[in-house]
Each structure stands twice: as C-alpha cells, then as structure tokens.
Design a protein around this ligand. Sequence first.
Ligand code: NAI
Ligand code: MG
Length: 490
Amino acid sequence: MTEVERKRGAAPAPTSWEYAPAPEARDIVTLRERYGHFVGGEWLEPKETYATISPASEEQLAEIGQATPEEVDLAVRAARDAFDNGWAQIPPSERAKYLFRIARILQERSREFAVLESLNGGKPSKESRDVDLPLSAAHFFYYAGWADKLEYAFPNRTPRPVGVAGQIIPWNFPLLMLAWKIAPALACGNTVVLKPAETTPLTALLFCDVVRQAELPPGVVNIVTGDGRTGGALVTHEDVDKIAFTGSTDVGKAIQRELAGTAKKLTLELGGKAANVIFDDAALDQAVEGIVNGIYFNQGHVCCAGSRLLVQESIYEPLISKLKRRLTTLRVGDPLDKNTDIGAINSRQQLDKIEELVQSGRDEGAEIYQPPCRVPEKGYWFAPTVFTNVAQSYRIAQEEIFGPVLSVLTFRTPDEAVEKANNTMYGLSAGVWTEKGSRILWMAERLRAGVVWANTYNRFDPSSPFGGYRESGFGREGGRHGLEPYLEFE
Ligand code: NAI
Ligand code: MG
C-alpha cells in the first residue's frame, strides 16, 4: 500500500512548510503618476482618467486614460497615416529588423516587465518571469522571421497587408496577448491600435517605451487605454480594417453582431471549459503535476485551463488523494514573492464571479475541498479549490469560472471520456494522460478542441497555432496560420 493510500480519509500532509519571504525588488519599476494614450509616437494627454490598482494590495498604482471616441479616432488616424506613408512599403526585411529589435529589448528588460506584470495583474512573479516574458519575446522573434517570407508561406497567392488593425486584449496575460496581436500584424505590414484591458494597462504602456527604443516609425503602434466603451469605439470605427479580440464569449458575440455585414475582418479568441482526461495507465504523479499546472497556473485565469478533470473510475481514489495532498503544498500570497504559486485574483469583479459560481457548486450538491491557507488581509484572493461529486449539468461543470477551481468527473470507457469531454459549448483545448501513443491519437481525433495536449498541459510555442471551435471563437494565432488574419490575397 502506498503512503498516500494509507492517508486516505485523514487530513492530507504536509500541514506547513516554512519559507522565508523572498520578494522581488519592486524598485526596478518606475511608475508615472499618470499615463496618457500613445498616439503617433507621442503621449496624448487624456481627457478622462481612472485609477489602476494592484489586486494584491488594492493600492493605487497610477492614473490611466479612459479614451473617448475622439481619442480613439486620433489613434486610428495615426495608424492610417503610418500605413499609407511608409510602413506597408518598406522592404519586408527592414520590417523584420524592427521586430527583432523589439524582441531583444523585451529580453533585456524582462525583469522590469515581469515585476510590473505581477504588480498590476496579480500573477506570481515566477510565472511572469518564466512564462509571460520569454514567450512574449519569442513571439516577436518568431514573426520577425516570417516578415520577409510571406510569399513562401502562401505560394502563388500574393499576400498584402490588410491595413489598420484594431486589437482588444484581456487581463490574464497582458503583455503576452499584446505580443500575440502586435507581432504578426506588424510582420505582415499592418499598423495597429491596441487596447489593453482596463485592469492591466501598465505593461502595454511600458511597451510604448520599447517601441520608441526600437525606433519604430511613429504611428505603427498606437495604444489607447480604457474599458469596454473604448473597445466599442475601436470596433465601430469606420477606418479600421480588422478587429482581433480576445476576451469573454459574450463580448465576442456582441462584436460579431456589430461587424456583421461590414467588410472588416474579425478573429475571436474566447472562453473555454477544457477537459483534462486521465486514463488508468497514466503516470499518476506526473498527471497530478499536469492537473495542477492545468488549473492553478495564473490563478486559473486561463482560457485554455484544464478546468474539468475527467478521471477513469479505477484510479479515482488514489489520484484524488494525491491531488489533495499536492494542493496543501501550493503557496497562495504575494505575487512578488518568488515562492508564490497562486497570486491574487485579478479584480474584485472576477473574485465576485468566482465566489458566485463556487457557491452554486455547493448549492447544487458538489463536495468542496480547499487546503488550509492563510491569505493577506487586503487584496483579492481565492484558495485552490477542488469539487468532487460533480454532475455534468452543474454550472461548475458547464460555465467558465476563470479561477483556481477544478471540477472532477469520472468515466469508465474511452468512448464515455470523449462524450463527456465534448459535452460543452466551448472547444478550445483538452488534455490526455495515458501511456499509450495509439490512445493519444485516438482521443485527439475525437476531441473537438483547437489544442490537445498529451501527457502535458498549458504548453505554448509561437510556432504552434492556437484557437478554438464553437463558442471558443474562430481564427488561429501563432504559427503560419497566425499570419493569415492579417493578410489579404489577390
Ligand atoms: P471582457 O470580454 O469584458 O474583456 C476583455 C476585453 O474586452 C477588455 O479589454 C475589455 O475592455 C474589452 N471589452 C469589454 N466590453 C467590450 C465591448 N463592448 N466592445 C469592445 N471591447 C470590449 O471580459 P471580462 O468582463 O474582463 O471577464 C469576464 C469573463 O470573461 C471572465 O470571467 C472569463 O470567464 C472571460 N474571459 C475570457 C478571457 C479569455 O482569455 N478567453 C479573457 C478575459 C475574460
Ligand atoms: Mg466584461
């Protein structure tokens, strides 16, 4: 009998591990009191402002512009000017040089960006440092490589840029989503107006510094800040040729309705409710790490999070007790502490949503497990949570929670696993854990998801396309596929 099995029924060990605090030095970041919009290479003094805070302390970090339709219009004009007067015409190998330069500057300044990302968004600094920053730089490196090879990517099709791209991004991976949007757009010869999410504008604003440092021609990249109203003004602006949106399914649908019948191109990357499927022949300890990474990475604020765990019945008990035991070792707290595994929930609004859905899980009859953990008094926090006894009809098995909350379901046969995994309105990602290569391929063929990970989870690479089916949206980002939404063909 394994040690874990003997502990079944008792409180999972270990109960406490002492760590000394290991905070990142915050002073690598210099904040301004107030930020405007970055338009035509200059800072535009904003007409209206709001405060951006740190979700870990609720402390105000800076005043941010809330762009009005007139300010959005100025940004679109600057982007149009830059597009018409040079950017689309310069030799593609020159465009590539700017992208390479941006990538290298991001690497050089990665610590500064990582600290700022964690400060403004609440994610653990070890994740900003090891995931967001390296992947953001990699994205620019990757698309820099494509800039002068578009005719080889699309042989006999004469690709040309679309024009001005309006890009709206969410708060879960602020700089990385910026990189996913801006790198392919510029590589293809477009100019952009990007709007970061209202709760996490600071790394996009610091990126304006990088744009200047790289001596990108003015107006090629413009950043306007503000909430959904600013986003709406960008969507409806008549001189924008393409909209790229990542965010909630509801807003994605509203944008699609708004653009129906117009000539604007559109890509939508929306929500998910991914199944992480564990077969009885999987390496259980590795699977537990994959489950933890799948749902607790970035506080579960991940569109492709493995939020539904499908476990084969014969290994249910050992797997769940290993998982619970592992949860007791996760450290929740200060995002700037290098030992933190789970940081702050991004906003009050998101915390309310998580709490509401978790309450619905209790009310509908699921069994909740949360390891004991002490969290700071201020700020927005939620303990890592596992729900067992979950029926497929429960809201926690259907709706995207976007928090550190896992819903566990079971299955007996591979067919049943496929049936349950596909029983969702989404189709963004899935995970499969098994020792058998043939079973991985069999599952991957049947799972209706844009990405299927096998014996791993939440792995990203700029050369691999990412995107969904059904209510997870359409269009692909990353890889050669990610160029297509930013091109027209003769
Ligand atoms: P949201 O979809 O409202 O926000 C995403 C972006 O869209 C932000 O930049 C926001 O300012 C902008 N936006 C909002 N309304 C808009 C409009 N009418 N027109 C144009 N742009 C608009 O997402 P929210 O409210 O922050 O989060 C709600 C839920 O959405 C989350 O709990 C989560 O389930 C899901 N979500 C999914 C994301 C993903 O990566 N797929 C990212 C963020 C949220
Ligand atoms: Mg919203």
